[in-house]
Design a protein around this ligand. Structure first.
Ligand code: FE2
Length: 454
């Protein structure tokens, strides 16, 4: 037995519904139980890691697998198609003997984009953090090109741009291990970067997401930082828990031209946050930011987000005192917080999420009423768990929770997936519609409803 064979070579991030699917498929006129609302015309897109070649389980990091995008197209009350496609990074193209994807590269990246998929300016983009560029996809999810937004993006991008509902512009915080700053980037509705501001930081933090209000960008400077020793040792994603770094929140005016004008406010304790739910301004200058908060990150499990149950917290950030007041809203394990994005940067009442417990266990979907301080759960049935839920309003002027919550759902009893559409105002009730998919959709990260152009 060789040394390699004798190693304990398992990874929770390659087993069960974390396991990749091998084939690209498409199916048309899918079976539906219930009725798909006729108002829904567009694509429910989703993306996650899906290694194109079997990785070494002992060193596989969940965040680094090749990207695979899944899409369900709805129109006229029908589920017209489902398809899944690899995002054609250089490693994917090489492994499958496909043509190399045109367009620029950044840094050491090979074009892997596996974390979010969005529509912007009439195009579809697979996106990722930590140095990767966006990958433009066709409507049918074929990889077209890698892009730096027509050479207007000076560095790389992020998986979590925030779309201002008033302007349609994307606001993002970007990080890269070679920089001693993080970068605020604004992408116009024309798909070109119109503004960048470098924000100095004392280390090289993993800055997965941000929030915006009507006046400010909320910068999450938290103690997971680039670790040179881990990089030298070949760790797939060398960002580790760094308690000496501290934990703080920055408020930067959206009008700022100098990142040194960021006002930093200390958090009451160390933690890690991937995802804010939303943020908004208070009249007195404070900012409220609801977040899903992990107790730590990449301290014991350095291959995935598995350091105890993440909870929903409300931070009230006070630039006058430099302090942050924290209140735990819901201590159930949860992740992938979403809301009605017509209210992005404005005060919200409702939030949605997916159960996410110890050992990255998935579970039911959640709906929070932040006014009443109540939470409803939608249990999908035995063995059935929700991936990130997405809220879609019934129409442009509908009330905040007047619409649908759509989730890709995994059924462990049949090892299959479907898309479940709930009435957001009858969250615990029977689904409005369930669409059976021809292929399992692995656990992954994010997705969005991208409505067809009017
Ligand atoms: Fe994320």
């Amino acid at each position: 037995m060789t040394l390699t064979e004798s190693r304990v070579a398992t990874s929770r991030y390659l087993e069960g519904n974390f396991a990749p699917v091998d084939t690209e498929v498409e199916a048309f006129d899918l079976a539906v139980r219930g009725e798909i609302p006729s108002e829904l015309s567009g694509r429910l897109l989703r993306i996650g890691p899906n290694p194109v070649a079997a990785p070494d389980p002992a060193s596989y990091h969940w965040f680094t697998g090749s990207g695979m995008v899944h899409g369900l197209r709805l129109r006229d009350g029908k589920a017209q198609w489902y398809r899944n496609r690899f995002v054609r990074s250089d490693s994917v193209s090489t492994a499958r003997n496909w043509p190399i994807t045109p367009g620029p590269r950044h840094g050491m990246g090979d074009g892997t984009a596996n974390t979010n998929v969005i529509g912007h300016g009439g195009s579809t983009f697979a996106i990722v953090e930590a140095g990767g560029l966006p990958v433009e996809l066709s409507y049918d999810l074929e990889t077209l090109r890698m892009t730096n937004f027509n050479e207007t993006l000076p560095g790389s991008f992020t998986a979590h741009p925030k779309r201002d509902p008033q302007t349609g512009e994307l606001h993002a915080m970007v990080y890269y291990f070679e920089w001693d700053y993080v970068q605020y980037v604004v992408v116009g509705t024309n798909g070109l970067v119109r503004k960048t501001v470098n924000v100095p930081v004392p280390g090289k933090p993993m800055m997965h997401d941000c929030a915006i209000t009507e006046s400010k960008v909320v910068v999450l400077d938290l103690p997971v930082t680039f670790n040179l020793e881990a990089a030298i040792n070949g760790h797939a994603l060398p960002y580790l828990w760094d308690p000496e770094y501290g934990a703080r929140v920055g408020l930067l005016s959206r009008d700022a031209v100098d990142g040194n004008d960021t006002v930093w406010c200390e958090l009451p304790d160390l933690c890690y946050v991937y995802h804010p739910l939303n943020a908004f301004d208070l009249p007195d200058g404070r900012v409220v930011c609801d977040v899903v908060k992990h107790p730590k990150m990449f301290a014991n499990d350095t291959y995935g987000p598995n350091e105890g149950e993440p909870v929903l917290a409300r931070w009230t950030v006070d630039p006058a005192t430099g302090r942050v007041h924290e209140e735990i809203i819901d201590d159930r394990g949860q992740e992938f917080p979403r809301h009605d994005e017509r209210l992005l940067g404005r005060e919200h009442r409702f939030g949605y999420g997916a159960a996410f417990g110890h050992g990255v266990e998935h579970g039911p979907a959640l709906k929070h009423d932040l006014l009443k301080r109540t939470t409803e759960l939608h249990e999908y049935g035995e063995g059935r768990v929700s991936l990130e839920p997405v809220f879609v309003p019934r129409h442009d002027d509908a009330g905040e929770d007047d619409g649908w919550v759509m989730s890709y759902v995994y059924d462990a009893t049949t090892n299959s997936s479907d898309v479940v559409i709930l009435n957001a105002q009858d969250f615990t009730g029977e689904p409005v519609a369930v669409v059976s998919l021809p292929q399992r959709v692995p656990f992954g990260f994010h997705g969005n409803w991208v409505p067809d152009e009017a």
